[in-house]
Design a protein. Structure first.
Length: 538
């Protein structure tokens, strides 16, 4: 009896829903436009509502970034009372990036100034539809490069295959060299493959996971660097050649914690920088505050994105901790760095998508993996290929991943106990406090991939006065698609990516501070009186 009653109730409910839906559809049909002009007005009205909503979102997200760093109370690098006793160099760098004068404090800095705004004080206005949503911004960053069609005529592109001395791995370097001021001939004075010949700063870029030098955010930053007269080079991780010409010739792929390849590339690039007469390759003393200027054209700046940002931070921390950081390293920048690596915490669907990208890389280099006859290795690779997520894949492949000792001479090793040990060894938050050169870290609040992990380990960055952390409201994962800011005369300036301009301004500030220190040192040497002559009485 109860079942029959329930069936009757369900039938009555279905009939009521059908009558109501019929009434709704009938009302919609009666109100639909009946002419082409009516349809045009309806579409125009809907587009207007959508545009107003998008403008509202853009206005809500338009704001200056939040900056966290250790600087003096005045933040202008001056020697007056209130200046930083921690790092005068970083005070001056921050002053150049944020505009002169103003008040600030350790931690978050809100500045009020009537002078020209710097990259860290002006508002970030996200590009409509692309920059206002994290996923769209990230997609645009991966797919879109430089938006200037004639930029290719201003640079010379070269490809180099570099062999690592440790295990013979082939690393592909894609170079972009700026042309001379005439924009018609190549600067023949620069031979990037010859020792003691490069007279310009080198911007070394490391891409993200499952990416390579052909991705949009890499091309955009390389073009921004060459526009400022610097040499840009992207280091493709082993097996990640964008043109699919150079395969991985070793059974070991790249990972989030292996810094050996970056170390090998830096060592070789160091010998190509033109040095002053009487100067050789020396290492930076992390305990010394003074730096000799041994290079004619400028140092090397290392930029990393996502997984590459973690590798850059870990490398700088390892070398700085033991005082072995090459003196040619002038600074670094890390965009979208998770700080704490733990693939098991990546949520759906990104855990599946990232795992699929790694499997694709394994299939592209399947011949090198097949050449390894160890049964345990082959079993681990099969298990990794069948793993549903990136966390399970890392756990399966961990016993055969490449690693290096965290202390000199940073010897190559193989294997971790499990995924947990690999993730702990790879986490760059353990090394960021030791970095001895200026380091810029940029992260977006709507970064759906790494911001949660980055926020939890932010305090490790704040322990180091050499680190500037910038947090933006929008940008997604490596996006930061921005409406180009207007200059004083109304012309548009800057790149379509806010992070490109921020990193370039950061490097420019480092170069200016370096030049100021060099001039100051020369002035002091000129004003020094020669020692008195002592005449012997013999």
């Amino acid at each position: 009896m109860c079942i029959r009653y329930a069936q009757l109730c369900n039938q009555s409910l279905l009939r009521a829903i059908k009558r109501q839906s019929s009434t709704i559809f009938e009302g919609i049909n009666n109100n639909l436009p009946t002419s082409p002009s009516g349809w045009a007005l309806a579409v125009l009205g809907a587009a207007s509502v959508g545009l107003q909503y998008e403008l509202h979102i853009q206005k809500e997200l338009t704001s200056p970034p939040l900056v966290y760093c250790q600087i003096g109370n005045d933040g202008d690098g001056s020697d007056k009372k209130g200046g930083s006793v921690l790092n005068d160099k970083m005070d001056r760098i921050y002053a150049k990036l944020s505009g002169k004068k103003g008040r600030s404090s350790i931690g978050q800095h809100n500045r009020e100034t009537d002078e020209e705004e710097g990259i860290l004080t002006r508002k970030i206005k996200p590009q409509m539809f692309l920059g206002t949503r994290g996923l769209m911004s990230s997609t645009a960053a991966y797919a879109l490069g430089s938006n200037k069609k004639d930029d290719i005529q201003k640079t010379r592109r070269e490809r180099e295959v570099m062999t690592m001395a440790a295990d013979g791995a082939l690393i592909v370097l894609d170079w972009e060299i700026p042309l001379t001021s005439s924009q018609t001939t190549i600067d023949d004075d620069i031979d990037i493959k010859q020792s003691n010949s490069i007279t310009k700063p080198i911007i070394l870029l490391l891409h993200g996971m499952n990416n390579d030098s052909t991705f949009g955010y890499i091309r955009s930053m390389m073009r921004t660097a060459t526009e400022r007269g610097w040499i840009a080079v992207c280091m493709n991780f082993r097996g990640q050649d964008g043109d699919h010409q150079i395969k991985n010739n070793t059974p070991r792929g790249y990972n989030a914690g292996f810094t050996g390849d970056l170390r090998g590339v830096v060592q070789q690039l160091e010998h190509r920088l033109k040095k002053r007469e009487g100067k050789g390759n020396v290492r930076r003393d992390s305990s010394s505050s003074s730096e000799e200027d041994d290079y004619v054209g400028g140092p090397i700046f290392i930029l990393g994105y996502s997984l590459g940002a973690n590798v850059v931070t870990k490398y700088l921390g390892e070398e700085s901790l033991h005082g072995t950081l090459p003196k040619c390293i002038g600074g670094g920048a890390a965009m979208g760095n998770p700080l704490h690596i733990h693939s098991g915490t990546i949520r759906f669907p990104w855990n599946i998508i990232l795992g699929a990208g790694v499997k694709r890389s394994l299939l592209q280099n399947i011949q090198s993996f097949k050449s390894h006859n160890d049964p345990g290795f082959q079993h681990a690779m099969k298990k990794a290929m069948l793993a549903p997520t990136i966390g399970k894949l890392d756990d399966a492949a961990a016993p055969y991943l490449a690693r290096n000792d965290p202390y000199p001479p940073y010897t190559h090793r193989i294997g971790f106990k499990d995924g947990e040990e690999y993730w702990w060894d790879s986490s760059s938050h353990r090394y960021v406090a030791h970095v001895s050169v200026p380091l810029l870290k940029i992260s977006a609040q709507d970064d759906f991939l790494v911001f949660g992990q980055f926020r939890k380990k932010l305090n490790y960055c704040m322990e180091n006065p050499n680190v500037i952390v910038v947090k933006t409201k929008c940008g997604g994962h490596l996006g930061w698609q921005e409406s180009p800011p207007q200059s004083k005369n109304g012309d548009k300036k800057g790149s379509g990516s806010w992070s490109d301009v921020a990193v370039a301004d950061f490097i420019e500030a480092l170069l200016k501070v370096r030049e100021e220190d060099q001039k100051k040192k020369i002035g002091i040497e000129r004003n020094m009186k020669p020692p008195p002559t002592v005449l012997s009485r013999l």
